[in-house]
Design a protein around this ligand. Sequence first.
Ligand SMILES: *Cc1c(COP(=O)(O)O)cnc(C)c1O
Length: 366
Amino acid sequence: MNPIRVTEVHLGDEEEKLVLEVLRSGHLAQGPVVARLEAGFCDLVGTAHAVAVSSGTAALQLGLRAAGIGRGVEVITSPFTFVATLSAILDVGATARFADVGDDLCVDPGSVAGLVNDHTAAILPVHLFGLPADLPALERIAQAHRLRLVEDAAQAHGAVVADRAAGSWDIGCFSLYATKNVTTGEGGVVTTDDDDVADRLRLLRNQGMRERYRYEVVGTNARLTDLQAAVGVAQMGRLPAYAAARAANAARLLDGLAGTPGLALPSVPAGRTHAWHQFTVRVLPDARLDRTALAAALAADGVETGVYYPRLAWKYACFAEHPGVVPDPTPKAAAAAAQVLSLPVHPHLTGGDLDRVVDAVRRHLG
Ligand SMILES: *Cc1c(COP(=O)(O)O)cnc(C)c1O
């Protein structure tokens, strides 16, 4: 039987056509197609500005820098995330503080509030697996203490909280990496309504240059290319259908796996829509197989799974020993890292694939 992958990327005629147009135009670097992709993100997120950059990591780094976050201030984030969330904070010279997560696996606003002090400059929630964090509660904390709200929306294209898109709450950072819900291979986008932040982002990504050889800030080269953006424009066109397919697949998995002993299923709090970048279950201590054994049994059945992420982001010597890392205790995040397992939910699964996933999990844990 053919293996069922945990991620699958399909590129089609529209991507080919747009890439060919760029190739034939002879204009490969940042140009009109990047602008088209940015306009698509403004539409999706509902912000006045979208600034395309070379990666999701660059989006986080430049988003923080454009907000004036740097040396001497603290950023409160989730320890249960991809490493780039943390490395971006350290890259700009700020100190990382870690709030614990709630049942949604995103930062718990109560824990965030407990870490705010005179040095805090920003809250950086991660919309893990595509489920947006409790942004209304985080926004209230940010406004009460005059903090920036920088969203790691790398996995949350099209997700919504309280009728507002993820990425629209202050400064939104998206990834367009190969496996993300919208891809350009490598790439990122920062979304914001703040004119000054958008202006600084456009300078920072382009060597700090306002016009030819007029430098205003020390910038970098974090530009996206028109060649990459051509793939992204086509992918944006597919997003509504793909998002609907992910949601339908998730509903089918939730239904099929309900009541499986030893398994906790993801849930979506009221008022939020999940982008279902990953469908992540928790293998509980009383399960018949532990996570490693379950993943191996599923692999033998041709069902690929993923562990995102096996450790807290700072639990590696290079981060744990870093002067910018404060090892705040986060027991719920630590427990989650030990239990999570992501099952296939991507938009190219067939009904038969989903049945196979459900049957295999139930058979091994039932
Ligand atoms: C993918 C990802 C990033 C980084 O994006 P890149 O495009 O790979 O640089 C940051 N944060 C999270 C949560 C991600 O999933």
